[in-house]
Write a protein that binds this ligand. Sequence first.
Ligand SMILES: CC(C)(COP(=O)(O)OP(=O)(O)OC[C@H]1O[C@@H](n2cnc3c(N)ncnc32)[C@H](O)[C@@H]1OP(=O)(O)O)[C@@H](O)C(=O)NCCC(=O)NCCS
Length: 141
Amino acid sequence: MEIKQIKEVTDELVSAMATLVPLLAEKAKTPSFSDLQQITTADGTFFFVAEENGVILGTLTLVTYRIPTGKKAWIEDVVVEKNARGKGIGNLLLEHAMQFAAEQGIPKIDLTSNPTRVAANELYKKIGFQLRDTNVYRYEP
Ligand SMILES: CC(C)(COP(=O)(O)OP(=O)(O)OC[C@H]1O[C@@H](n2cnc3c(N)ncnc32)[C@H](O)[C@@H]1OP(=O)(O)O)[C@@H](O)C(=O)NCCC(=O)NCCS
């Protein structure tokens, strides 16, 4: 199993994402080749996949940015293919992104997860993320 940063989009990636994205959000639009190209070429966005024998089994996106109070990062869209769960892939993706962010001099990483996502919440806590006492807001007109 290896974690790779995707810099070039392939048809295999588009097809893997068509399987993975609905596992995150049933109604989410499957990303097209050009959607994925926008992600891989966006400044500060790092798109990782977990791959075994050429087969993509999971993904995670790390979004980094600079604000007046310093450098920060978000981890988004962490997902592992159903049949490959429970083997440490989610853990590996997170460790890789955390190490990558540390190498970029980013002192903290944020993420959110719905409490109904039991596996994800357990994974984040186990790897060292702490539940924050803050309010998360969304504007969705
Ligand atoms: C969350 C997810 C990425 C975990 O991937 P995974 O490869 O199965 O996770 P790992 O095998 O690396 O598990 C690491 C740890 O996570 C926790 N965990 C994983 N699956 C779990 C489950 N079903 N129930 C409770 N805890 C679980 C455990 O603490 C586990 O450590 P352990 O094996 O030593 O007990 C995967 O379940 C998934 O894709 N879920 C659907 C999408 C999703 O909810 N994404 C998160 C969006 S915020």
